[in-house]
Structures are given as C-alpha cells and as structure tokens.
Design a protein around this ligand. Structure first.
Ligand SMILES: [Zn+2]
Length: 156
C-alpha cells in the first residue's frame, strides 16, 4: 500500500479531488469528506488500480467553509504547499498561489482573500441581463417591479 505515496486531497473548483499518485497515470477522482482511501478505478473499469490512503489537511472542513463563501466556483481552489495545482492556480487578484504562499495557504489566508473578492464588482450575468430586459419591457407598459406591492407591480 502507498508505494507511490498517498492521494493528496485538494480543492479544485469547489470539489475535493485527488490525482492518482502513480507516475504517468493521470486519473483524478472526486473525494467524499474524510474518505480514508482511494483506488484508481473508474465506474467504466479504467484506471491503474493503484490503492492508497488519502492525505487530508487537518482543517479540511474550515477550508471548505471559507471557499464556499466565494460566489464564483473558479475561485474555490486550495492545495497543500508544493502541490502542482498551486503553481497553476491563481489568487482572486491574479497572483500565482505557490509564489504568494510558498509554505501553503492557510484558512486565515483564504478568509483575507474572501475580503478582496467581495470588494470586486460583480460581473453581469445572463440572469441580470434578463431582469434588465424584463424591467425595460415593464417600464414600456407603464409599470415598475416592486416586491413591496401586492402583485409586485406599481404604476410609474
Ligand atoms: Zn492510477
């Protein structure tokens, strides 16, 4: 067991995952919280069959909680110091994680970053554009959406 080392639990786009530790294998798997071991075998029967323990950070739950506060899943990433993801992954303000946090990113670091994310102006979404079009159409008819009104419409 563990001849290629443990599976290293990390968060990618909000999901706990681990890549197979066997060199050149390349399969990655979703992990359940506190999962103790992993076998490299997909539901379709692919994979190298490597079995090993999963190495979790001691504060996995706190890391999940901090990242879940980020509205954009692409900003929900965490990996221990030295993990390949830290060299590809960027902080919300665009810096390479491994360069900013060479000894690893702590829960306090994630929380500090969360403060900067909330300061960023939100990108307009398709939903926002749909709401704007609906409000413009209502205004053309002489109404405005008002959640305080019965029926939620008020005459302009
Ligand atoms: Zn494998």
């Amino acid at each position: 067991m563990d001849e290629h080392g443990p599976w290293i639990a990390h968060i990618n786009h909000g999901r706990w995952v681990a890549e197979c530790p066997r060199p050149r294998c390349g399969w990655a798997y979703l992990l359940k919280p506190d999962q103790g071991g992993q076998i490299c075998q997909t539901e379709q029967g692919d994979g190298c069959r490597y079995a090993g323990t999963v190495r979790w950070p001691g504060d996995a739950a706190a890391i999940s909680t901090e990242l879940a506060l980020r509205p954009v899943e692409a900003d929900r990433n965490w990996a221990p110091a030295g993990h390949p993801q830290t060299f590809r992954s960027r902080t919300p303000d665009g810096r390479v994680v491994a360069e900013v946090f060479p000894r690893g990113e702590t829960v306090a670091d994630l929380r500090r970053e969360n403060g900067t994310i909330e300061a960023l102006p939100p990108e307009p979404t398709t939903r926002d554009e749909t709401i704007e079009r609906a409000n413009a159409a209502l205004a053309d008819l002489g109404f405005v959406y008002d959640p305080a009104e019965p029926g939620h419409l008020r005459r302009l």
